[in-house]
Write a protein that binds this ligand. Sequence first.
Ligand code: MG
Length: 351
Amino acid sequence: MTTIEVTASRSYPVEIGHGLLDSLGSKAAALVRGRRAAIVSDSAVYPLYGGAVQDSLAAAGFQVCAFVFPQGEQSKNGETYLRLLSFLAEHGLTRADLLVALGGGVTGDLTGFAAATYLRGVAYVQVPTTLLAMVDSSVGGKTAIDLPAGKNLAGAFYQPSLVLCDTALLATLPRPIFRDGCAEAIKYGILRGGSLFRALQEPRSWEAPEDLIAQCITIKRDTVGRDEFDTGCRQLLNLGHTIGHAVEAGSGFSLSHGQSIAVGMAAIARAAVSFGLCAPETRDAILDLLGRYDLPTTTDQTPEALCAIALGDKKRQGNTITLAVPREIGRCELLTIPVEALGDWIREGIS
Ligand code: MG
């Protein structure tokens, strides 16, 4: 098992290892005074692991209830959120009790936001079940729900009390969902370079995933530790995301987050070459790596349509937008451009 300590407004361990799920109850019992726990999970994950989580919590003395919602991003909305808050109230959860997010990014974001706001804040534990949630979304305390106007528009920075990454859970993960997580891992590889980038070039490295996951989380931990509230260097973690989010929304969410940010990372690399900020070899290394995971690097959507969506993104600040730009593998920089220039970046990136 690997343990990574995150130091932010709340400090907590991220534990990574095979078969950790059974230890959840005893670890949770040490975190809170209360003995009620609400598991929050979706209709695909709960049937697989809900029983084991329930048993582990019950064995540690918790009275357990479970809120299960339909799988998918479309559930990450205000309606599900309010139903979850009402569920917690009806089951008598107090500020001394605990929420357990059992699932991928949608579950983690929804549960975290409920934990941030229910009774003005209760403790929660992240038990990520997808690779994407393990390497990225379960750590760092960004929580949110979507609004009709866009993704993640209502949310809070609210750190979990524990993140438990049981790599055994990856065994049931469908291949395309696994690749989604690889796209976020590739983002960390481009940011850090070196041995992480080289390991990712060999997809067989994932046969022993603990070390790769730990390396990604360490980068995230270091970044969040310096900029918890996303006003500075944490924006580097948005590499590929400004254009990627537009691609994702523009596809009507038929493209996954991982596929979309793959297109976004390819696009920003191409544009960086066009603007003389990055060598063609660096771009080619990025495109080649994405290709090794069968991730897309192009889109049929027009630059104009993508630009219109991107300008509605919350990463925009007034009349400027900050892009994370690859300069070389292992060195990315933030570049703030006027919003009028974004169209040029997108055009250079996707054509
Ligand atoms: Mg992401």
